[in-house]
Design a protein around this ligand. Structure first.
Ligand code: ATP
Ligand code: SKM
Ligand code: MG
Length: 191
């Protein structure tokens, strides 16, 4: 549910409430986010890309220079800024939900949609991609299992809606999201 913060969120004109996608690496936040934004006629923002644009370097480089703690500080700063944008679909980073201050921003400022997939499928999707510093370990599959175990309760607790993305096509997921948002609007909720 959309909780108003400083009284601003609930007075957004129709079509202005930001939609935040949360979930693990490979769950489809970027892919589904782009498609959803296109179908709603909204701007699409990706938190990881916004961080990279502001820093002028890639996320792996930020991890190399500043470590995870430095990346997380930057992630919170950029999240604070981009969650104020109206009428956007925002794909967050896989770990953006962990910091309590980030949870508060997401909860207060928009509709939170959890894209959920199991560890086998997540691993299949990200295995060949070297751009994910959290997975640069001897056993990336075990790392995904562990991160999912830690984060799943946070994703579940933060989500207004959850959509399974581990099976079926991108099209099927986009249809399911569109249906949820339509029902949300039909209940008289802001969107
Ligand atoms: N049903 C589906 N829903 C979403 N993505 C799917 C689906 N089926 C296959 N895919 C593929 O899974 C991959 C999802 O990767 P994507 O980069 O969108 O994830 P992400 O959640 O943004 O990850 P990260 O947090 O690392 O940025 C894409 O290559 C996409 O084509
Ligand atoms: O799951 C994570 O902790 C991360 C996911 C990516 O989206 C990036 O934000 C970064 O690689 C960290
Ligand atoms: Mg992404």
């Amino acid at each position: 549910m959309l909780h108003s913060e400083q009284g601003d969120a609930h007075i957004s004109p129709s079509g202005q409430v930001p939609i935040f996608l949360i979930g693990m690496m490979g769950a489809g936040k970027t892919t589904i986010g782009r498609g959803l934004a296109r179908s709603l006629g909204r701007e699409f923002l990706d938190l990881d890309h916004e961080i990279e644009a502001r820093c002028g370097v890639s996320i792996p480089t930020i991890f190399d220079i500043e470590g995870e703690a430095g990346f997380r500080r930057r992630e919170t700063q950029v999240l604070e800024e981009v969650t104020l944008r109206r009428a956007v679909v925002l794909a967050t980073g896989g770990g953006a939900v962990v910091a309590p201050e980030n949870q508060a921003l997401l909860r207060a400022r928009g509709i939170v949609l959890y894209l959920k997939a199991g560890s086998d499928e997540l691993f299949r999707r990200v295995a060949k991609d070297k751009n994910r510093p959290m997975l640069l370990t001897a056993n990336p599959k075990a790392r995904i299992v562990e991160l999912l175990r830690q984060r799943e309760p946070i994703y579940e607790q933060l989500a207004d809606y959850t959509v399974e993305t581990g099976h079926g096509s991108i099209h099927t997921v986009l249809d399911a999201v569109a249906r949820l948002l339509k029902e949300h609007a039909q209940r008289g909720e802001n969107i």
